[in-house]
Design a binder for this molecule. Structure first.
Ligand SMILES: O=C(O)CCC(=O)C(=O)O
Ligand SMILES: [Fe+2]
Length: 365
């Protein structure tokens, strides 16, 4: 089988419910996880009317007066949650040309001085004033809760695809009430004529286990890197999520599930902006992936050998999962991409990572 993919498979979630079609879904999932690292998911179990209301809010969210957006800027938040103006984020040391709101599932942070710093990473979101955007907060939270549920269902399917027990990956999640926080973002990529480069977001891997991306507007721009380093387009397909694998899941599956390098190019000159809403599934922050050993059946491991190794990639982030607790790996990634937040809230780590001060044109990766 040609492991060096040139297109991204489309899986139909409605096949999961019936015993007759579930094995078809699971087989396609196995292929997508091992050989591609990306897939489209059609018929996801998330209410269409909720998705549509959320989509309707997106341009209004970015159209809020600048001072209202600045009131909830990420630099206020030790949890790296809130608004990032255009040009405030770095990937591979270069400025990303996007504007975004990081908004997570609800979580009360019990951190006390003396506990590891990375446990400060989860906490309450900063929401725009309710009177300016009535109903936005509840719509976004309802959306995040549904995608969270889907993300757990997907983990069970993934275990099945890899020949593991259905609960083999449960140890990565604390499913008690408010035991976990997962993060979402609402992102705007302005057209090339109003930004300084075409780096909407530079080449990178995602952090945790799974990402569920809603491509809100019809713009292409998302690209995925195959094994030989070619960039393959992943244009929006209405009614689907794009699902991809984070670096933590790759590490703990011994590379069976591929974390695939991806990027977004800015829309061309004269275009309207591109909008997207990713959801990032986290894992427990204290867990060290190096201490978890999953037993995969030999026939599954053989599929990885058949795929071969990645021959070229432009992404380098989140390589520390082989030694550090997962929360610390995420914190390092957040500090490198949002040094202004780190400068306000994580002085020691900021100094370690940026001994010469805040990077003008970053050199963190
Ligand atoms: O906006 C997109 O389509 C993808 C964004 C992304 O890859 C990310 O924020 O990690
Ligand atoms: Fe990403």
């Amino acid at each position: 089988m040609a492991a060096n993919f040139t297109c991204i498979p489309i899986l139909d979630y409605s096949q999961v419910a019936s015993p007759a079609t579930r094995p078809v879904f699971v087989a396609q999932l196995r292929h997508a996880l091992i050989n591609v690292g990306f897939l489209y998911l059609s018929n996801p179990p998330v209410a269409q009317d909720n998705i549509q209301s959320l989509i309707d809010y997106v341009p209004k969210l970015f159209a809020l007066p600048q001072h209202e957006k600045d009131k909830i800027r990420m630099a206020n938040s030790e949890h790296f949650l809130g608004y990032s103006a255009l040009g405030r984020e770095l990937t591979k040391g270069k400025t990303d040309q996007r504007e975004q709101f990081d908004l997570a599932t609800e979580y009360q942070n019990p951190w006390k001085p003396g506990a590891p710093e990375y446990l400060r990473l989860w906490g309450p979101s900063q929401w725009p004033d309710e009177s300016l955007l009535p109903g936005f907060k509840s719509t976004m939270l309802c959306y995040l809760t549904q995608v969270e549920k889907l993300s757990y269902e997907f983990i069970t399917l993934l275990s099945e695809a890899f020949g593991l027990a259905p609960d083999a990956l449960d140890l990565f999640f604390d499913k008690s009430p408010s035991g976990m926080q997962h993060r979402g973002k609402v992102v705007k990529y302005p057209a090339l004529d109003s930004v300084a480069s075409n780096q909407g977001v530079g080449p990178h891997y995602d952090a945790g286990f799974l990402t569920f991306l809603l491509q809100v507007s019809p713009h292409p721009g998302l690209q995925v890197q195959n094994l030989s380093g070619e960039w393959i387009d992943a244009p929006p397909i209405p009614g689907t999520f794009v699902v991809n694998i984070g670096k933590a899941l790759e590490a703990v599956t011994q590379g069976l599930a591929r974390a695939t390098s991806h990027r977004v190019l800015s829309p061309p000159t004269g275009s309207t902006p591109r909008y997207s809403i990713p959801f990032f599934q986290n894992i427990r922050q204290e867990i060290r992936l190096s201490e978890v050993h999953l037993e995969f059946p030999p026939e599954i491991l053989k599929l990885k050998e058949q795929r071969g190794e990645v021959r070229a990639t432009d992404s380098v982030n989140f390589s520390e999962y082989d030694r550090l607790p997962s929360g610390e790996v995420t914190l390092i990634g957040r500090i490198k991409s949002h040094p202004d937040v780190a400068q306000n809230h994580y002085h020691e780590l900021f100094k370690q990572i940026f001994p010469d001060g805040s990077p003008e044109h970053g050199s963190a990766y």
